[in-house]
Design a protein around this ligand. Structure first.
Ligand code: TA6
Length: 309
């Protein structure tokens, strides 16, 4: 199985409104509620690709119960979340139906106590031996040490399990130095990490900080990767319009599938771009339009970027 870690799980609410206008009240035309937080989205997409996955992290309160009830109905996803006293957060995505633009509001999450964190570490160590790969995803809830991901990367490496890291800020900075196999920042996270707004330079710089490969998501422009096979750019045939929430999580799912199947980097990146675009076409994160995915797969262009620096 593939293990995904979401320390800050979320009950994802998606509100659709005809047109989002500041300082005004809106009639919501559609509400969707899904178990979320990045690693949960990754696990649902992996399961749809035929990879059994196990999710771990924290869940608590009424929101945590609602999240777990829904997760129980997701085929191919095993729930190994730990109960905590604090309530799981909600995240809200407001989709403007006219423009397709999405506004995201993420709560900070419950306070995790030192005992709950120690309990998680013990359970993570027990899960690692049966994992083919592990993904560490999303923000840290209050109370979890800022070096948490660095610790979890080192534990995975010590157990011989390949590890992908998808986070931001200081947890990313420390986590990357622990030498994960793959990190997947977006353009803003990459710029914050490296101080460079030039994506190719920043991606290579990030790789020098310790990751075996860095795959930067550039939104509708696709992915830019610094890999052991060189720097590669993967671009979709045309931009797609829809809800981009969770597109990055689907890229992570494709990269993990490629990691455990040991597919060549070019193929991994093509699959990640096709799956991200097919997720933009789906109404919510953690789902994708399968027909669009299969159609896009062979139409993503993957090109080598000039060597140097
Ligand atoms: O990428 C989309 C998403 O995974 C949502 O499902 C939502 O739960 C959010 O991101 C969480 O991100 P965060 O960085 O706050 O952990």
């Amino acid at each position: 199985m593939i293990l995904t870690v979401t320390l800050n799980t979320a009950l994802d609410l998606t509100y659709r409104v005809p047109r989002l206008t500041p300082h005004s009240s809106h009639r919501v035309t559609e509400v969707t509620e899904r178990p979320g937080g990045k690693g949960l989205n990754v696990a649902r997409v992996l399961a749809a690709l035929g990879h059994e996955s196990t999710v771990t992290g924290f869940a608590g309160g009424a929101t945590g119960r609602a999240l777990r009830e829904q997760l129980a109905t997701a085929p191919g996803v095993r729930d190994a979340l730990l109960d905590v006293a604090g309530a799981t957060r909600r995240t809200i995505a407001v989709v403007d139906a006219e423009s397709g633009d999405t506004t995201q509001l993420n709560e900070p999450g419950p306070l995790i106590t030192p005992d709950e964190w120690s309990g998680f570490l013990a359970s993570y160590e027990q899960l690692l031996p049966s994992a083919a790969a592990v993904a560490l995803c999303g923000s840290l809830p209050p109370g979890v040490p800022v070096g948490a991901y660095a610790h979890l990367v080192r534990a995975a490496r010590a157990a011989g399990v390949p590890v992908l890291l998808d986070t931001s800020g200081e947890p990313l900075r420390r986590g990357i130095a622990a030498r994960p196999d793959i990190v997947k920042p977006n353009a803003d996270e990459l710029a914050e990490l490296t101080g460079s707004h030039e994506p190719l330079r920043a991606t290579r710089d990030a790789r020098r900080r310790g990751a075996h490969a860095v795959v930067a998501s550039l939104g509708a422009k696709g992915l830019l990767a610094a890999t052991p096979d060189g720097a590669l750019r993967a671009t979709p045939p045309a931009p797609v319009r829809g809800n981009p929430t969770g597109a990055g999580d689907s890229a992570v799912a494709a990269l993990l599938a490629g990691l455990v199947e040991n597919t060549p980097w070019r193929r991994r990146l093509a699959s990640a771009v096709a799956l991200s675009a097919a997720t933009v076409l789906a109404p919510v994160a953690g789902e994708f339009d399968r027909e669009a995915y299969e159609d896009l797969l062979d139409r993503v262009s993957v090109t080598e970027q000039a060597s140097a620096a």
